[in-house]
Design a protein around this ligand. Structure first.
Ligand code: SF4
Length: 455
């Protein structure tokens, strides 16, 4: 039973020491009741209070961790239904499935393809999280060999997909040193599979079948909740849900329902991340990517794809990166002066803001022009040029300060600076702030910079 903020407050030390980062114990209690902080943030709670607060302190969606050779993926611990309410904290892991009945060389080649794909997106290196090895051979030894082939090729994370505990055991032995996600326990096999997960201290997928069309969504979720409760009592707490639905509509409705039950009703039995298999609900590769995109947005914790292409990987990774950035904190680059194409002292000095997308748009255009230049990035609190100007965060005073304090003066031998065309209106004020400087007005759009620089 969830406790109210006041009930939690009564159990806290009430010293208002602020060590938790909140001004009072009451403020901390209110946040704890809303699942927006963890009890561990208060170092002064007594053991008795800790026991009493354990239910209130537990995250509504359990945090699940996979690890492999220094790589780690944390999924869960989400606290809101909509990103704009706060932020989404842990992005879903994206995995590509390989089947153990493929020749080992092919398994290695597919793994290497996934392993080698990294794309730079506004300064962030994006890549898939791992491989999911599926047990199709019927031979546990072969499954172990397939897992070993993957482990020999990549340090990425693993999901072992097998209903047979013997196969999981062989896979776990081959994945020695890694903590994979085991998939899956169902109503028939759960005791034996849960034992394998318990011994390996590995998280476990709990699955209900969607094979009976007469089963309603409520019945399916009831069955899933019953299974998670049984398995948790058995001693495996790190669980992931597979509600068995695969298509666009059912997937959206069911996963959203699970999220609501966990966050709004504090329904512990379904308070776990969800795994999805978009390829099983799709009729084409395009459908698979589209469904995966839907599930990344709402609210998958692990997404297992059947296909890998660079085009689909780029689309899904960029989508994920955008959804799982804090909407209240724009992606920013460090203010400063950046060299492009080996500039010298007489190369032009261009100014822009520290909003990542703005920076990379400008930098990419200058770089692709082949012309050398210095790009001065002013601190505009992560806003784009026009937004920052309208908010008073990108004015003549700030630009002049950036020119003087960024180190640009030590790199150039001239006194010229190029303003973005959108803020041409700042030209006069900037001339006053930078006496003796020539202020040039550049183009409004980054794409026109190469032509401007060649003039
Ligand atoms: Fe109160 Fe604990 Fe926060 Fe101190 S750290 S203010 S005792 S809740």
């Amino acid at each position: 039973m969830a406790l109210s903020g006041l009930e939690i407050y009564k159990l806290l030390p009430k010293t208002n020491c602020k060590d938790c980062g909140f001004p009072t114990c009451l403020a901390f209690a209110m946040k704890l009741a809303q699942k927006q902080v963890e009890l561990a943030a208060c170092p002064h709670v007594s053991e008795a209070a800790q026991a009493a607060l354990s239910d209130a302190a537990a995250p509504p969606i359990r945090l699940i961790t996979l690890s492999s050779n220094g790589n780690k993926l944390e999924v869960g611990n989400e606290t809101v239904l909509y990103r704009h309410e706060k932020t989404f904290f842990h992005q879903p892991g994206i995995f590509v499935r390989v089947s153990d009945d493929l020749p080992l060389d092919e398994i290695k080649a597919r793994t290497a393809e996934v392993d080698g794909y990294v794309v730079d997106y506004v300064g962030m290196p994006l890549s898939y999280d791992g491989l999911a090895i599926a047990y199709a051979s019927g031979n546990p030894e072969q499954f172990g060999d397939a897992v070993k082939a993957v482990c020999d090729t990549t340090h990425k994370l693993l999901i072992l997909i097998a209903d047979d505990p013997a196969a999981l055991k062989a896979g776990l032995a081959a994945a020695d040193g890694r903590t994979p996600l085991l998939c899956a326990a169902n109503a028939e096999n759960w005791r034996r599979v849960a034992l394998a997960a318990k011994n390996a201290k590995a998280p476990l997928v709990v699955r209900v079948d969607d094979s009976d069309p007469s089963t309603s969504s409520e019945q399916r979720l009831d069955g899933l909740a019953k299974l998670t409760e049984d398995i948790a009592k058995f001693g495996v707490d790190d669980l992931v849900l597979d509600p068995g639905v695969r298509g666009f509509n059912e997937s959206l409705a069911t996963i959203t329902h699970i999220r609501r039950l966990a966050l709004k009703e504090n329904f512990r039995a379904l308070g776990y991340p969800v795994i999805t298999f978009p390829g099983e609900g799709a009729t084409s590769q395009l459908d698979e990517v589209t469904l995966a995109g839907q599930q990344i947005a709402k609210y998958a914790g692990f997404v297992v794809l059947d296909h890998f292409t660079e085009a689909s990987a780029y689309a899904l990774l960029v989508l994920r990166a955008n959804i799982y950035t804090d909407p209240q904190k724009p992606i920013q680059v460090e203010p400063g002066v950046y060299p492009i194409n080996n500039p010298g002292p007489d190369s032009p000095l261009m100014v822009t803001t520290n909003f990542s997308i703005t920076y990379f748009s400008v930098a990419n255009e200058v770089e692709s022009s082949g012309l050398p230049g210095w790009l001065l990035v002013a601190d505009a609190e992560g806003m784009s040029v026009l937004t920052a100007w309208a908010a008073g965060k990108f004015d003549a005073e700030r630009i002049a300060k950036a020119v003087k304090e960024s180190g640009a003066l030590g790199k150039i031998s001239h006194k010229q600076v190029i303003l973005p065309g959108h803020v041409a209106v700042l030209m006069g004020e900037l001339e006053e702030e930078l006496p003796g400087w020539e202020i040039k007005v550049g183009p409004r759009e980054a794409v026109d910079l190469p032509a401007f620089l060649k003039m």
